[in-house]
Unconditional design. Structure first.
Lengths: 375, 375
DNA sequence: ATTTCTTCCGAAACCGGTTTCGGCAAGGGA
DNA sequence: TCCCTTGCCGAAACCGGTTTCGGAAGAAAT
């Protein structure tokens, strides 16, 4: 027996068809083929057709990496998620990603995902992705009123699309849900129920959407012919805890609201805790309408009435926008919006009490509690 | 006035330092520099040090794309999420991604994310990523007992690491949480409460974890000296609806369980609906212990007692494993596990009734309902 | 019949790396 | 002293594309 010679392990991976293979098959040079496929004007229509057809037949797809070293573009989209904010994007993320990637792969693009804490680290991460050509353009979720990511990308001359709007929109593309309309409709709905004292718990004012939602709330109040009491307006509630505290402050007032509009579901869920502590029933003693449509809202009892956002659709549209932007479309022509849709729960309804009656109930309960808590 | 000549828009992007710059600065050729940095043995130690130092000083980092066209490797990890399964990974995803990407960027790698429906489309997606060199290796979440993705990657000779185990583990690396231990401990805890009839609602048997969790359940029963009644064992519950139906079937039996162990939180939440329909109080009339630690569990009342998984840590460890695998480590040496941690809610406690008493309560309620439903 | 444009493609350089090959100089053995 | 290693690096090809440049052939103009 003769021992077989040691053989290098050779991966059986099917060989890719390269531009040279294609060129050989066509009897052209690879330069010509490249120009034909990329729409250069110095290629005759006949040749171009022939090349396209053959490429189709042979299943040729250019290698993005190889293109990238010359062109600087690798057909990849960048998404940097911020991880140090309290659960802000958790519920939407899966759907959002599905939207992004499905639209991306339809165009043969891919998605590069990174995470980082906020501040400078976020900017470093973006810089690295740009520097290493891992992203030709970015999708920026959760825009701040004055967004540093936007400034960075603008100065680097890297295309991006905002998910949300910003205070200074010059030269930037965006997609956004019209949260202000949702807030306006929420107020109108509560007014239709018969509420007259309506509170508003906003998100953090560093986010641009908060300003818009407050505008919407104001518009709703004026549309319903109600007067705004500045004392019923609280901002900065992005978490359950903050939402809980906000509800407490509102209900502790001399003339408490019988209904509260929340700008953020997560915060709205905090109101359930407050209500249960004060012995109030949500939907009757206190009405709540909110915004986002997170799944946890279904699990509150009664389920949260909220304006739901279709995150998957948002992801798809953002992807299409950023690709068009990278391909050279003018930023200001790439602006789209959509509406949130009302999802009925049981958290809103006609008021059972007037504001004054509600005040009495809250006071009674509070005294009970302080008596119980006393020595 | 003389009109200025039309000038091409030149991006001001700071120029990268390339290997040629580095070579020039060192008075070497780029080939030599490349070999020095990549540990070739034909470079003297002195030169190697000198090159490393200069690279550090000049901030040289090789362009992954450029390397890829020769080496086939682009320092990117692939993650393909399945979107057509009911909310399976939704709650964990954000944390999981944070773990993956933070560990990846620590090593200067990036993460390419794609989504797809299951079946052949999933395999096509993986194939595309491999073919286009968008991923040097993959992380496969939610392993099936006999996983087609694994077979594909194995045949393509592409490295991968499983999040979960498989029935045929030859030649593959994995990280997994020991769900079987959690199930065992869940049973023991219920037994310590005084429960003797304990049901088990498993996930879908196509997932490998389900088999392991059932083993764990069995182990717990035997450890607690309890006998297993096959009638109290249901599988295939991955959603709320399925979990609801499973609870209903268990409670409709002649000798219903006073406690149920669920393999999946989402399904366990369905039991709340069943309980409320039957007028049973969870935590007293019926005890529930589950597994996953999804945030919705906190919102059920009482909060769900569950074994929580640290998805972020899982992501980090998986990333490290797959990178080591890509760098050539032997697959079977790359196997790690961790334990889930018990998160106490209010859904379990000592039984208020015996099985027979529970049966009576259920029967009474059911009759009421059918009477009410009658004409 | 020239000359001058156009049209269209080949040739070759280039992008930023990796890898093979060969050769020079120093060292070791005879 | 000569020859053969060995260590170390330069030169050049290569990876899979893109882009610039120039020239041949045909069409149009003179």
């Amino acid at each position: 027996m003769v021992s077989a010679p040691v053989q290098k392990i050779r991966p059986v991976r099917r060989e890719r068809v390269t531009i040279s293979h294609l060129a050989d098959a066509l009897g052209l040079t690879k330069g010509t083929v490249s120009r034909a496929l990329n729409g250069y004007p110095d290629i005759s229509d006949g040749t171009r057709q022939r090349v396209r057809k053959q490429a189709e037949v042979m299943g040729y797809r250019p290698l993005a990496h190889a293109q990238a070293i010359r062109t600087g573009r690798s057909r990849a989209l960048g998404l940097v998620l911020q991880t140090d904010i309290p659960g802000a994007q958790r519920p939407f993320l899966s759907e959002f990603l599905a939207g992004l990637t499905s639209a991306a792969s339809a165009e043969n693009w891919t998605l590069t995902v990174a995470t980082s804490a906020g501040g400078q680290e976020m900017l470093n991460t973006i810089n690295r992705l740009v520097d290493e050509r891992k992203a030709d353009g970015f999708i920026l979720p959760r825009t701040f009123a004055d967004d540093p990511r936007m400034k960075l990308l603008r100065s680097l001359d890297v295309p991006f699309v905002l998910y949300g709007r910003v205070s200074d929109p010059r030269g930037c593309a965006w997609f956004d849900i019209l949260g202000e309309n949702a807030m306006r409709d929420a107020v109108q709905r509560l007014a239709d129920h018969g509420h007259t004292r309506i509170g508003f718990v906003n998100g953090g004012l560093e986010y641009n959407f908060s300003h818009l939602r407050e505008e919407g709330f104001r518009a709703g109040m004026s549309q319903a012919g109600l007067t705004m009491d500045p004392a019923l307006l609280i901002d900065g509630a992005m978490t359950m805890e903050a939402g809980e505290e906000a509800a407490e402050r509102l209900l502790a007032q001399p003339k408490p609201p019988t209904a509260i509009v929340y700008a953020v579901d997560l915060a709205a869920l905090g109101a359930y805790t407050t209500a249960s502590r004060l012995g109030l029933e949500i939907g009757t003693d206190l009405s709540i309408i909110s915004y986002d449509g997170i799944p946890e809202g279904n699990w509150a009892s009664p389920p949260l009435t909220t304006f739901q956002v279709d995150s998957r659709a948002a992801g798809e549209r953002l992807t299409k926008l950023v690709i068009r932007r990278i391909r050279g479309a003018d930023a200001e022509s790439l602006r789209e919006t959509a509406e949130a849709t009302l999802k009925l729960g049981g958290s809103d309804g006609p008021p059972r009490h007037t504001s004054a009656q509600l005040r009495q109930r809250v006071l009674g309960k509070t005294e009970n509690i302080s008596q119980m808590g006393g020595t």
